[in-house]
Design a protein. Structure first.
Length: 241
């Protein structure tokens, strides 16, 4: 919605390519891999986030959002654009009202999904999402939470969400704030965020790692299990979502 055309052909330096290996993709191992809050960068950021929250100044988040997440910077600074983006998702969810919905949202998409769901709380409480899955989400950043508080009040799980799983690779800069359960309160029905560390094993065509890429998140074993469990649920056979 911010660009005249999608990236096509050689203009896209990271086109999707099937992985050349075989067998399952790597799974996060609690005995060997750091959790979302155990990484050194995450620990440093949480200290800085507390300072940013106390002072109301967010220079660290400004740098992250402006230089690494340009579209998100514009989303937060251009209100008409933000409203247009949210409305597009809201219209889809309203058409699916009464059906089982698994909403998977990556990166900036997780912020759009969250904002849209909080809007739907007020506009049409009958619209429900059975399972929200956020992938590589920046929702924990202090500046993002400040925007949420400004528009919606306290950061919490939307009341129209029955389950929220937050998946992140602890080496993903977008997830530097750590676990969302620490900063998003339970909703009125007691639903909280289930944080899940995963391994985003995606490699760019040049062989370097990109821990934030959507391709890698969508093919983690953990996400595959969530998607399979949703589609194999008995209700899925009676009323597909």
């Amino acid at each position: 919605m911010r660009y005249d055309q999608p990236l096509l052909g050689d203009a896209n330096d990271e086109p999707y390519q099937p992985d050349g290996g075989s067998g399952p993709f790597p799974r996060h191992r609690p005995d060997a891999d750091a959790t979302l809050n155990d990484g050194v960068v995450s620990k440093v950021y949480r200290g800085l986030a507390a300072l940013q929250t106390a002072t109301g100044a967010t220079p660290v988040d400004d740098a992250i959002l402006e230089h690494r997440f340009d579209d998100l910077w514009h989303y937060h600074s251009e209100t008409p654009f933000a409203q247009q983006v949210r409305r597009r998702l809201i219209e889809v969810l309203e058409r699916l009202a009464g059906r089982r919905v698994l909403l998977a949202a990556h990166s900036m998409g997780s912020i759009i999904a969250y904002d849209a769901l909080r809007m739907l709380e007020r506009e049409d409480p009958s619209v429900q999402v059975e399972h929200l899955v956020t992938l590589g989400s920046p929702l924990g950043l202090a500046e993002v939470r400040a925007k949420i508080a400004e528009e919606n009040g306290a950061a919490r799980v939307p009341n129209n969400v029955n389950r929220w799983t937050n998946m992140a690779d602890n080496r993903d800069l977008a997830a530097v704030a750590g676990e969302l359960a620490e900063v998003f309160a339970r909703n009125d029905r007691g639903v909280g965020v289930d944080d899940m560390a995963v391994v985003n094993a995606y490699l760019r065509p040049n062989g370097s790692a990109n821990r934030h890429k959507s391709y890698g998140y969508l093919r983690t074993p953990e996400f595959s299990e969530v998607a399979l469990g949703f589609t194999m649920h008995p209700d899925a056979q009676r009323k597909p979502g």
